[in-house]
Structure formats: structure tokens, C-alpha cells
Write a protein that binds this ligand. Structure first.
Ligand code: HEM
Length: 503
């Protein structure tokens, strides 16, 4: 019976979609869309191109259809940008028009339909949230307030690894320990709080819920309900899980972090050092934002700051293991500039040109957010003479801009020297539209100011204190990639041997 019902539902749905598509075709004005494969009714190009539109697959389509191409994914329009000039038009010249975010049904749940900052449309709410978050999170003052904490976290990783007998022999998955470090780095900034160990029960709950949030949002499993809205009833179970994870996660943030900080702050004398959430709660007291917005800010930092930076650290380590000559050149730079055994600190970073180049090269070849966070135009727009329908999902293939052999010398090679030689002028802040690991313009990553010093301190200290090697019997670590809706991670967390140096 159930079977018959769902079959007749499917047929009805199919007919309704065909009818709706035909009516909209008849009514709709003729648009001059960017080139792309010819869509079929209902599904558009979805069945041709599949779900996994990762940065590499999108390069293949760009080679076929050009630097600006269009895909119809069910009822949704997707536009992909693959040249620096077009990236400039979208992110800079027409930055307001294309400055909204594309939220699918799952992101709608996790952000309360855009009550956060990262996934909200371009407008009053975004401006207010970004302004309120800037002083507590995104200034050099925040770096100066927190950098000793980050240095302590890195040195505690070094100390613990030195004590682990496996590290120097069969190797360890150091990512696990670095994940604790990244949580501590960001929870110090947010709440003035840290976790003692990887097994801290509260950290375990937090990591689980953040992990579920990542898995559920980055999965391709729910695309059908997003692309073809009438199929949404079949996603009910998936969306219910999302709703449940979202509620448990926000409740955890509230109970164990925000409310606790409120109590601490009320007991502290005025004038004592504030952490980020104190500023955010002040904005709430002034009536600028509400209690939900506060929780969504915590949610945004949990997803935007911790794993992204961790992916880049992991990639950097893997590349250094696979390029021992680059690793020892980096170590020599630190020994020479700082002196052997003198631990790198944040104020040293500007003196370490090769370290900076290693970080830039990691972010170029292994760009953690290779398609940026999807942009969107709220209204009909034009781009390079083509019509872009309102609410199109706009992907800028930033990875390809930075890895296109027509624009970079041997881009497939991990060669930090390029940033000291032919690309010496290129910075990570978007001063060259071929290199946008943090985006550029209104929706660019404000966290760059924190991410770069954290990367420098962490990679620097690891290389100063250890020789990083592949595990016994292996000449390299595996650097296969895995992409999500817009992430680029290492597929297998590397096991690496970390031999303490005699210094
Ligand atoms: C290596 C680490 C990181 C990388 C590669 C990275 C990359 C990015 C990228 C590509 C975007 C989207 C830009 C666009 O759509 O045009 C973004 C947005 C954002 N990032 Fe980061 N990020 C990193 C670390 C951080 C950190 C540490 C924080 C916070 C402390 C942060 C906070 C944000 C926020 C709030 C946004 C949204 C901005 C907006 O929509 O207005 N990120 N990031």
C-alpha cells in the first residue's frame, strides 16, 4: 500500500514539475544565459553533471564551456566563474549585486534562515553582524591579546608529542592533537577558555555536534530535495536530523559557554580584559542583536575558524613531509633568523620570508575553501553580457584561478620559492585576482588576520622542534583529496613520524 502511494505521489510530482517547467518556459522572458550543456526538463543538467561539482570537475566544464558557464541543477541556477577578470567583476566591481549568500535547505536550518553572519544575504543584518564581530574577532588587537595563548597551545603540542614514544618511531596522527589546539585557540578568543585534553567530555560533545553539522551540510545526499523542491517530502528524515543537531548544538553553546561567561563577566570588576563574547553580549544588551544572533555568532566561529585552519595545517604538514628539502630550508631559515632553539612567536613572523612563502604555497595548491563560500545575486543581474537569473548560486573557482598553468609556472608543483621569485608581489589578502584563498571584497574572510599567525606559529614550531617524516616503509604520505559542497580536505589524515631535534 505504502509502495503504491509513494509511486503515485512520484508520478504526480513528476507531472507537476513538467507542467510547471512548461508554464514557466512559456511565460518567462528569453534570457541570454551563459554557455553550458543543454538542460533537459525537470532535472536540468543535474543527471549529466552529477552531484560532485568539486573544483577539479568544474575545471573540466570550464575548458568546455568557458570561464563563465551556467548549469541548471533541477530548478536551481548555478553559475561558475573561472577567470581573474570575472572574479574581479563578481567580487569587487559588482560586489554588492553578487554579495549575498546562497543557502540551501540544510543551511537554512543551521543558520535559522540567515540569522547568522556567514550565510546571511547582503544587507542591513549582514552589515550589523559584521560590524559587531569586527572588534571582538578580526583586528590586530585581538591577535596581540591572544598570541601568547596560541604560542602556549603550540608549545604544549610540542611537549606532548615529545613525550609520546610512538611519535619518533611508528608515527602518530598528529591532527587529533592539533584539533584540540585549534579548539583551544578559538575558545580562548571567544570565551577565555581552554580544554585540558582530547578526551574532555565537553570537548567530545562539541566536536561530535560540530562534526555532524559539517557532515550534514557538506554532503551531496540532500541535493535532490534542494534542486527539485517538490521532492522535499522525501528529505523529511534528513532535515529532521539536521534540526535536531542544530538545536542540540545551540543549546550546548548556550548552556556551557555563553551562560557561563555571563556569570563570570558579572562577577568580574569592570575594566578587566574582555573576551569576544563579552563584546557580543554587550551588543545584545544594547538591543542591537538578539539572543539567537549571539548563538549563531558562536556557531559561525565554530565552523568558519576551527576546521578551515586545521585543514590548512594538515595540508602544510603533508606537503613538508613529502618535500624534505623544503622542510629543511624552512628549518634553516628559523635557525638562522631566530637562532637554534629560539621558539618562533607571532612578532617574528614578518622576518621569516620562507615560512610565509610555505604558507602561501599551501593555501594555493591545497586551498581549503576552493570555491569560496557560494555567493548569490538577490535580483536579476548581468555578467560579461550574459543574464544571470535572480538567486543563482555563484561559485568562484578560486582553486583554478591559482592553479591554471596558463597563469602560473608549473602550478602542480609545491614550490614556495615562487612567492619569493616570480610571484613575490602576491599576498593572501586578494591583491591579485589569481590568488584568493580568503576571497576578496565585501564577503571576504575577515578571519585572515587570525588564521595567518596561527598557521605561522603552528607550522613554524613543528618544523623547529621535529623532523617530520613519513611512517616507516613509506616514502611519502598520501595526499588524495576529498571535496564537499565547498571544502577541500586531505582524504586520509596522515600518520607522520616526528623525530625531536637535538637543539
Ligand atoms: C586557513 C583558514 C581559513 C580559510 C582558508 C578561510 C577562507 C574563507 C573563505 C574563502 C571565505 C569566503 C569568501 C567569499 O565567499 O568571498 C571565508 C569567509 C569567512 N571566514 Fe574564513 N577562512 C579561514 C579562517 C577563518 C577564521 C580563523 C575565521 C574566524 C576567526 C574565519 C571567519 C570567516 C567568516 C566569518 C566568513 C564569512 C564572511 C562573510 O560572509 O561576510 N575564517 N573564509
Amino acid at each position: 500500500m505504502d509502495h503504491l502511494l509513494s509511486e503515485s505521489y512520484l508520478i504526480a510530482v513528476f507531472m507537476a514539475v513538467v507542467l510547471a517547467t512548461m508554464i514557466s518556459k512559456l511565460r518567462g522572458k528569453k534570457l541570454k544565459l551563459p554557455p553550458g550543456p543543454i538542460p533537459v526538463p525537470v532535472f536540468g543538467n543535474w543527471l549529466q553533471v552529477g552531484d560532485d561539482l568539486n573544483h577539479r570537475n568544474l575545471v573540466d566544464y570550464a575548458k568546455k564551456f568557458g570561464d563563465l558557464f551556467h548549469l541548471r541543477m533541477g530548478q536551481r541556477d548555478l553559475v561558475v566563474i573561472s577567470s581573474p577578470d570575472l572574479a574581479k567583476e563578481v567580487l569587487h566591481t559588482k560586489g554588492v549585486e553578487f554579495g549575498s549568500r546562497y543557502r540551501n535547505i540544510v543551511y537554512d536550518i543551521f543558520t535559522g534562515k540567515g540569522q547568522d553572519m556567514v550565510f546571511t544575504v547582503y544587507g542591513e543584518h549582514w552589515r550589523k553582524m559584521r560590524r559587531i564581530m569586527t572588534v571582538p574577532f578580526f583586528t590586530n588587537k585581538v591577535v596581540q591579546q591572544n598570541r601568547e595563548g596560541w604560542e602556549l597551545e603550540a608549545s604544549s603540542v610540542v611537549d606532548e608529542v615529545k613525550k609520546n614514544p610512538d611519535a619518533a618511531t611508528r608515527g602518530i596522527v598528529v591532527r587529533k592533537r592539533l584539533q584540540l589546539m585549534m579548539y583551544n585557540n578559538m575558545f580562548r578568543v571567544m570565551f577565555g577558555k581552554r580544554f585540558e585534553s582530547e578526551d574532555d567530555p565537553l570537548l567530545l560533545r562539541l566536536k561530535f555536534l560540530n562534526g555532524e553539522r559539517s557532515r550534514l551540510t557538506q554532503s551531496f545526499e540532500y541535493n535532490y530535495g534542494d534542486f527539485i523542491p517538490v521532492l522535499r517530502p522525501f528529505l523529511r528524515g534528513y532535515l529532521k536530523i539536521c534540526q535536531d543537531v542544530k538545536e542540540r548544538r545551540l543549546a550546548l553553546f548556550k548552556k556551557y559557554f555563553v551562560d557561563e561567561r555571563k556569570e563570570i563577566a558579572s562577577a568580574k570588576p569592570t575594566g578587566s580584559v574582555k573576551c569576544a563574547i563579552d563584546h557580543i553580549l554587550e551588543a545584545q544588551e544594547k538591543g542591537e542583536i538578539n539572543a539567537d544572533n549571539v548563538l549563531y555568532i558562536v556557531e559561525n566561529i565554530n565552523v568558519a575558524a576551527i576546521e578551515t585552519t586545521l585543514w590548512s595545517i594538515e595540508w602544510g604538514i603533508a606537503e613538508l613531509v613529502n618535500h624534505p628539502e623544503i622542510q629543511s630550508k624552512l628549518r634553516n631559515e628559523m635557525d638562522t633568523v631566530l637562532g637554534p632553539g629560539v621558539q618562533v612567536t607571532e612578532p617574528d613572523l614578518h622576518k621569516l620570508a620562507y615560512l610565509q612563502a610555505v604558507l602561501k604555497e599551501t593555501l594555493r595548491l591545497r586551498m581549503g575553501v576552493p570555491l569560496l563560500v557560494p555567493h548569490m545575486n538577490l535580483k536579476d543581474a548581468t555578467l560579461a553580457g550574459y543574464d544571470i537569473p535572480a538567486e543563482s548560486k555563484i561559485l568562484v573557482n578560486a582553486w583554478w584561478l591559482a592553479n591554471n598553468p596558463e597563469r602560473w609556472k608549473k602550478p602542480e608543483e609545491f614550490r614556495p620559492e615562487r612567492f619569493l621569485e616570480e610571484e613575490a608581489h602576491v599576498e593572501a589578502n586578494g591583491n591579485d585576482f589569481r590568488y584568493l584563498p580568503f576571497g576578496v571584497g565585501r564577503r571576504s574572510c575577515p578571519g585572515i588576520v587570525l588564521a595567518l599567525p596561527i598557521l605561522g606559529i603552528t607550522i613554524g614550531r613543528l618544523v623547529q622542534n621535529f623532523e617530520l617524516l613519513p611512517p616507516p616503509g613509506q616514502s611519502k604520505v598520501d595526499t588524495s583529496e576529498i571535496g564537499g559542497q565547498f571544502s577541500l580536505k586531505i582524504l586520509n589524515h596522515s600518520t607522520i613520524v616526528m623525530k625531536p631535534r637535538d637543539i
